[in-house]
Design a protein around this ligand. Structure first.
Ligand code: 5RP
Length: 259
């Protein structure tokens, strides 16, 4: 692996633990000012010290995040639909690789709709983005299993994750599920889990813990952090699991104390 590609991946997935806490706040590209991100800078800045990387759009980066930050950026580069559109997540390339380079990102993130009506064109634009990113030593993170009416079981998630890796993704983001080992053991690149819709804090911590125990490289969590009763306590509790091997009870106790 070229030095630059390895360095970018190592900035995201910390070499000493092989894990990462990605803080995801890219939701605005199709959800607009979703709850908790109305004033994105006020949400993000207090939590950044506890995140290993930050996933967001180029607009959020330029308009809400000061250029003085030292956190590795994972840039959301797919888009093209909104929650108002019945064909939600029929995404294409929304950011060219040149602007990603200009923004000095550590990785680009692209959603693929495996099993959806428009799977072919999302997969082909995904591979176009990979070709462009690889040319400059930038890793692509595949965002899988997004969209409605999906059965997020191990069979589907292992298919989508392996397909993404075979097409060239360097990191795969998917969801936790029963028999998650099957997803981890059949995917040749690091896998992180999205948090998904907001659930009670202890359940979210348990999900993160189970994923880590199963071999996930970490989490790419958004709503379960920025919609928590205390986001600053929650990001630290999630970090305690991802990077410091806390148990669920220890992490929830930390959350409760910090809250
Ligand atoms: C939004 C995304 C988010 O990055 C991903 O879903 C992680 O956020 P959350 O934990 O809120 O699901 O891809 O489309």
């Amino acid at each position: 692996m070229d030095w630059g590609m390895a360095n970018r991946i190592n900035r995201i997935i910390k070499p000493d633990t092989g894990r990462t806490l990605m803080f995801a706040v890219d939701h605005g590209y199709f959800m607009g000012p979703t709850t908790g991100l109305e004033k994105l800078d006020e949400t993000v800045m207090p939590l950044l010290p506890y995140a290993d990387s930050l996933m967001l759009t180029r607009g959020a980066l330029r308009y809400y995040v000061p250029s003085s930050v030292d956190v590795p950026i994972i840039l959301r580069v797919s888009g093209g639909t909104s929650i108002l559109n019945k064909h939600m997540l029929h995404e294409g390339i929304a950011v060219g690789i040149e602007d990603a380079i200009r923004l000095n990102v550590a990785a680009v993130a692209f959603s693929i709709m495996v099993g959806a009506d428009y799977e072919r064109d999302t997969l082909l634009t995904f591979t176009k983005m990979i070709d462009d990113a690889e040319r400059y030593g930038i890793p692509t993170l595949a965002v899988t299993a997004v969209g409605k009416n999906l059965v997020r079981d191990a069979k589907y998630l292992s298919l989508a994750s392996r397909l993404a890796a075979e097409l060239g993704a360097r990191i795969v983001k998917t969801y936790f599920c029963d028999d998650f080992e099957r997803v981890i053991q059949t995917c040749p690149v690091p896998v992180v889990i999205a948090g998904g819709k907001k659930i009670p804090e202890k359940e979210a911590l348990s999900m993160a813990y189970q994923a880590i125990q199963t071999g996930a490289a970490g989490v790419d969590m958004g709503r379960n952090i920025f919609q928590a009763e205390s986001p600053k306590a929650m990001v630290q509790a999630v970090r305690s699991i991802v990077q410091d091997d806390f148990t669920v009870d220890q992490a929830f106790e930390l959350y409760s104390d910090l809250k």
